[in-house]
Each structure stands twice: as C-alpha cells, then as structure tokens.
Design a binder for this molecule. Structure first.
Ligand code: ADP
Ligand code: TPW
Ligand code: MG
Length: 573
C-alpha cells in the first residue's frame, strides 16, 4: 500500500467494535446472543475474544460488574434490544450503585422507527431509559464514531467514581462499512483511563492533625479500598498507625481477618465508642446506619469526628458532617497520610486498644464454642465452620455470598485472608448476583470459586449452573437449603392448600440440578459430608453443587436486618 490513509480493503461496524475493545485490552464479553448482536458474538470469538454466553442477561451483566470490580477494567455485557436490554439493566444499575465499572452494550432498533414509534421488532428508546440508571449513556450512529464511543464508555466507567455505562448500538451500525485504514485510524487507545487524583496537601495535614489528637481512633475499610488495589499502602497505614480497623464485607481480606488489629468481633463496641473514624472507600449509607443513632453510640455520635477518603467529592457530608475530607484516589491519599505520619507516629492509647481487643477475643472464644457444636440437622454455624476451614486452607479461593441468614452468618464466620476474594450482595443487598459473580471470578482469575448461597438466593440465578458446566469452571456452589426464605417453617394461616409465601418445596435436591448438566452433585446432611464434597471440588476443580441440608428452624426473619421490616419496626413502637 502506498497511501496510508486509503486502502482497498474495507471494515465494518462489527469489526470496529471488536477492534476498539481489543485495542483497549478488553478481551472478554459476557452476553446472551440474538438479533441484532448474534454475529457480533460470533465474530468476537472468531477474532480471539473470550465470549461467555449466559442463559439470562442479568447474570451476564452481573458477571461484567464482578469482572470490573476484580480487574479495574470495565467488564462488558452484551445484549439484544428491548427485553434483553431490560434484563441487563438491573445489573448495570447495581454496578453503578456499587461503584463497579462495567459497560452494557445493547443492540437496538433503528432510530427512525423508534422515534416515530412505528413498531419495530423489540422497539424501545433504550438510551432514554438507561440514562437515569447509570453513570453515563452514549449512542453511536456511524461506524466512524465507534472508536470515540468505546473510548468515552471506558473513561466514563473507570475514571473518578467507577460505575456502569450504557452504550447503544443500533442494528444498522454493524453492517456499515468504511475504508479499513481509516477505520483503524478512527479507533482510540485510551491513555490513563483512571488518572491518579492527588489529595491537596492541606487536607492531608487536616486529617493527620485530627488523627493525632484521637483517643479512640478507628479505621473503616470499604469495598472502594478493595477496588483501588492499594493493598500494600493500606496495610502499611493500618499497621503504622496502630489503629484498630473494621472491614466492610467486600473489604474483608484487605488485611487478613485474623490480623491482630482487626476489630470485627468487637464491631458494636468500636462503632459506639470511637472518637475519630477514618473511612477509606466506604460510604456512611444504611450499611453503616448513616453514621448516626444507636449503632454509633447515641449521645457519643455528636462528639465523633470523621476523616473520609473518597474519590467522589459529593460523597462528603452526605449523612453527617465530615471534619476532614480527603478527596483523591485511595492509593494517593493513603500514601500521602503514610508519608505525613513520619517515623515517630504515636500509637493510640493503650486503654482503647486493650478494651477493644479484650472484647474481640472474648467474642471469638464464644464463636469458637458455637462453631464446635455438631447439631443434627446442621445449622448455619456448623456448615459454615467447614467452609471457614476450607478457605483458611485455600486463601486464594474467591467466595461469592448471598442470602439472608446465609449471608450474615457467612460474613462473620468465614475469615478472608487476601484482598478482593469476597463478592457479595453489596450496597443494595440484592439477590441474584451469585452465579454471574461466580462465573466472572472464575473466568477473570482462574481461581477456585466457592459460592455460599441461600436456597432462595440461588434460585435467582440458578440456571447459570449450566453456564458453569458448559465452560467447565472451577466453581463449587453450596446451597444452604433450609426449605425457604429465612426459614422453612411458616404456615398458611387459612389452612388452605397453598404453602406460606416464604416456604419452598421441602427437602429439594439442588445437587441433582447440577448432575443434569454433567457437573458433580453432592447431598450433604452432615459437616463431614460437606467437607468431603468441598475438598473434592477444590481438588478436582470440577463444577460442583453441594446441597447442604440446614435446620429449617435455624434462621431469623430477614437475617440481621430485621429492623428494616415494617412489621418488626411497628412492633418496636
Ligand atoms: P462499602 O459498601 O464497602 O461500605 P461503598 O460502596 O459504600 O463501600 O463505598 C465505596 C466508596 O469508594 C465510594 O464512595 C467510591 O466513590 C469510593 N471509591 C471507589 N474507588 C475509589 C478509588 N480508587 N479511590 C477513592 N475512592 C474510591
Ligand atoms: C432482587 C429480598 C432478601 S434475602 C432473600 C430475599 C428474597 C432470600 C433469603 O432467603 P435465602 O437465605 O437466600 O434462602 P436464608 O439463609 O435466610 O434462608 N429480590 C431481590 N433482592 C432482595 N434482597 C430480595 C428480593 C430478599
Ligand atoms: Mg433459605
């Protein structure tokens, strides 16, 4: 070729989308094929991309979100128009709520027909619907703009506070052709997609001054801290400061849960008593009782001061006054604090540390006693004790966790030892992330995945065990089968033939579902059977589902968030 801006070859919308993603280091697509994106999935696979095809778009979307959290690159979910798009939207919005970067790409109907409401196949104004439900939304009408569209989507997903981005690609775009060289030149390789954001020196000093005067300081690590991949600096900051810390559920493992400064087992005490709290990538939302009220010590709350590290300036003062905001990326902010602490940083007063750790140790002894019991049928504790030991022996395993009691008990019983090894229901407490997150964790890391699932929670994405078997992923799903939502013992007060709304088919055998797809199914009625099944799953790496039979009377209504139930709130009044 003599002229480098013209060639005799042409390219098309399909290939430009694929090339733009690959140029930006994105090599995996989570999808459900269909009009108008079937050929996009085929061609992406032909061009060497990993194309993971799901049974429902919500789970493809959750996989993309999970991939985003684990890798800091936007996970890609690809769907068909209208219904497929809507099925993916829950995941997109959930990702945005949790600050995970992902891009939902949906094929759509032709603008002319949509805008005149002429009734196209799966007609819907998807861009307008997506806009209020994600961080940013774009549509590309012309092949030569695909490069810009993908670049903008990537930047919007990962820069600043990460989130979900919608990219609308009308059917006609894919078959548009253009000169191959011009097409190549139209693509953008995004430079520094999530630039570091350095905190202002005076805000660093303000935070250090506040910390220096603290008598009962506490560090709270959130999933933003896990996402930031500043693991070494965060650990150094915690250890150098000598301050007790609490991890939010997805920040577990940033430091091993067995760390001597962990205050997890003294949570109520430290939240109520701390005088200065350093929030690192954690919001004072409902999961932290909005930073006020009884959890935070009632009267004490008025005297408490916060340092908050976050990349989003508008997060500050969202619930209570923040005395020392530190705006920037967590790596830069924690690094600046570390540098400012100097060599002779004084550890917190000994009384605070001993009061905290004595309470913690006492609670841990109590928990150990409960874990050692071996009731029949199994309860949450005796089953989770098996998983606790397995994770201890396999600290690289990724735990996925959803349910109510199954979630709450697992969060406190199963210790995590390494960063980003726990994915769960997140900010919304949403059911349905289980199999999507499991697939993403296995695909993105190759590590063993252990999905700890309430029987109800599992049902939301259960069909994806076929996906897990199809791609032969090292996922062991453990269904905590207590015959229902919270418990299996509710009765229909009318005595009519319908069972109560929270009750499922008794003694269901979820393990047999796995066998239907060629996976390994295990029915476990005792801790020993659960242990044997789990150890074999980890040893073989085979797709496995263990039906763990749990005492149907063991759970409590809503797990630990009973207080949010209108009926129990009314009872309290
Ligand atoms: P948790 O549920 O664990 O308490 P949240 O999801 O409420 O955590 O909070 C995460 C916070 O972390 C968000 O406010 C988000 O803006 C922030 N965040 C995410 N990534 C970064 C980063 N790289 N640097 C700074 N803050 C971040
Ligand atoms: C998308 C409401 C919260 S927890 C839960 C539901 C339905 C299931 C609890 O039962 P499970 O656990 O999983 O069997 P266990 O151990 O207590 O028996 N729809 C969505 N999200 C939520 N959170 C709900 C409904 C809910
Ligand atoms: Mg249940």
């Amino acid at each position: 070729m003599t002229n480098d801006t013209q060639s005799t070859e042409t390219t098309d919308g399909f290939h430009l989308v694929i090339d733009a993603l690959k140029l930006n280091g994105i090599n995996t697509i989570y999808c459900v094929p269909g009009i108008p994106i079937t050929d996009l999935t085929r061609k992406a696979q032909a061009e060497g991309m990993r194309v993971i095809s799901f049974r429902h778009e919500q789970h493809a979307g959750n996989a993309a979100a999970g991939a985003g959290f684990l890798t800091q690159k936007p996970g890609i979910a690809l769907t068909v128009s209208a219904p497929g798009f809507l099925n993916g939207l829950t995941a997109l919005t959930n990702a945005t709520t949790n600050c995970f970067p992902m891009i939902l790409i949906s094929g759509s109907s032709e603008r002319e027909i949509v805008d005149l409401q002429q009734g196209d196949y799966e007609e819907m104004d998807q861009l307008a619907i997506a806009k209020p439900l994600c961080k940013a939304a774009f549509r590309v009408l012309h092949a030569q703009d695909i490069g810009v569209g993908i670049a903008r989507a990537i930047r919007a997903a990962v820069s600043g506070r990460p989130g979900g981005v919608y990219l609308d690609l009308p059917a006609k775009l894919f078959s548009q052709t253009m000169d191959a060289t011009a097409g190549k030149n139209s693509l953008i390789k995004v430079v520094d997609a999530a630039p570091r954001q350095l905190p202002a020196p005076d805000s660093v000093q303000r935070a250090l001054d506040l910390l220096k005067g603290a008598k009962r300081p506490l560090i709270l690590l959130g999933k933003g801290a896990a996402y930031a991949q500043a693991d070494a600096d965060i650990r150094a900051f915690v250890e150098k400061s000598g301050i007790p810390y609490l991890p939010m559920s997805m920040a577990k493992g940033l430091l091993p849960d067995t760390h001597e400064q962990s205050a997890s087992a003294a949570r109520s005490y430290v939240l109520a008593e701390a005088d200065v709290v350093v929030l690192i990538g954690a919001r004072l939302n409902w999961l932290l009782s909005h930073g006020k009220g009884k959890t935070w010590g009632g009267e004490n709350a008025a005297k408490r001061q916060f340092v908050q590290i976050d990349i989003a300036p508008t997060e500050i003062d969202s619930n209570v006054a923040i005395a020392a905001p530190l705006i920037g990326d967590i790596g830069s902010c924690v690094g600046a604090l570390l540098a400012g602490m100097g060599a002779n940083w004084a550890k917190p007063p000994a009384e605070w540390l001993s009061a905290t750790y004595e309470r913690r140790d006492k609670n841990l002894v109590k928990m150990a006693a409960t874990l050692a019991l071996d009731p029949s049928p199994m309860n949450y504790q005796s089953a989770l004790n098996v998983i606790r030991n397995a994770v201890k022996a396999n600290p690289d395993a990724i735990v996925v966790n959803e349910g109510a009691n199954t979630l709450d008990f697992a969060r406190s019983i199963v210790d995590m030892y390494k960063p980003r090894k726990r994915l769960d229901v997140g900010t919304w407490g949403i059911m349905g992330i289980g199999m999507g997150f499991s697939v993403a964790a296995a695909v993105e890391t190759g590590n063993q995945v252990i999905a700890i699932e309430g029987d109800s929670a599992f049902g939301f994405s259960g069909m994806e065990i076929e996906t897990i078997c199809r791609y032969n992923l090292p996922v062991c799903v453990i269904v905590f089968n207590n015959n229902g939502i919270y418990r299996g013992i509710d009765v229909n007060p009318t005595g009519g033939p319908d069972v109560a709304p929270t009750v499922f088919v008794k003694n269901a055998r979820y393990d047999m579902m796995m066998q239907a797809f060629g996976g390994v199914g295990v029915n476990a009625a005792t801790p020993a059977e659960l242990q044997a099944g789990l150890e074999e799953a980890i040893r073989s790496g085979k797709p496995t589902l263990i039906n763990a039979v749990i005492d149907e009377t063991a759970g409590t209504e809503s797990g630990r968030i009973t207080s949010l139930n209108p009926q129990s709130a009314a009872k309290k009044k």
